[in-house]
Ligand binder design. Sequence first.
Ligand code: GDP
Length: 295
Amino acid sequence: MFDALAERLEDAWKKLRGQDKISETNIKEALKEVRRALLEADVNLQVVKTFISEVEKQALGAEVISGVRPDQQFVKIVYDELVNVMGESNAPLAQADTPPTVILMAGLQGTGKTTATAKLALYLRKEKRSCLMVATDIYRPAAIDQLITLGQQIDVPVFELGKDVNPVEIAKQGVAKAREMGVDTVIIDTAGRLQIDPEMMAELAQIKATVQPHDTLLVVDAMTGQEAATLTRTFHEEIGITGAIVTKMDGDSRGGAALSVRCISGQPIKFIGVGEKVEALQPFYPDRMASRILN
Ligand code: GDP
């Protein structure tokens, strides 16, 4: 299953073979290889350091189980720890006691936020939860139309007030509209910039304070690799997220961004995006992501 990691650990293993205990000296090379593998998978350096020291702690002095090669045991420790830190499987979306549940989407431009908004709406619709999507991105000319088109495609209504109304006001009225319509969930798509900028953060914080979302989801592009860490830290510190959606997992990234997002925010990854189509959304499974990162 982790052939790639096992292969690259080949030399390190030689040192482990024939030993009855995993020790600081015989594990050094192996840890170095794990570190390299994680960095190649684009996991943030700080996250890698924390992870490696945890694996070392667990591996050191671990009694070698008879019949199990220490190298195999070591791979298992690494894998289990990776699954463990990646958090829960299939973390559910928030559901308010009194509808509507408010979900706020956050993230940079181009990460797949608008697409993820529609993907989520479709997912919820399949769960028999009715939705309203709210278009507050008044800055990107095509964003509102994009959401309307997606809404038509999945048969979910879209609330918009054009591009001359303040996004905070649009969000507020959107939630009021959802209440009036009696829908179960309202998903607010927000504006993203190409880079984190203070104005965007302030606006997002204001929307959040106004609509008091039950879930604030950060949309992160898996292809951004190392950048995912900085992005997560900033969004989490400035607005506070309650979960994430990692998009573009159908690309060739190894998924290190997912580990960074989880470790830095401590919040669950709720879904992954696996394509451009509105159906291309999957629940997050830490074991699958761990295998992908290690391979
Ligand atoms: P936004 O600016 O964050 O709202 O991003 P969009 O939703 O407009 O998406 C930007 C581009 O990424 C579009 O071309 C989408 O079709 C594409 N996209 C979004 N999610 C995924 C995904 O999971 N996989 C792939 N391959 N493309 C995606």
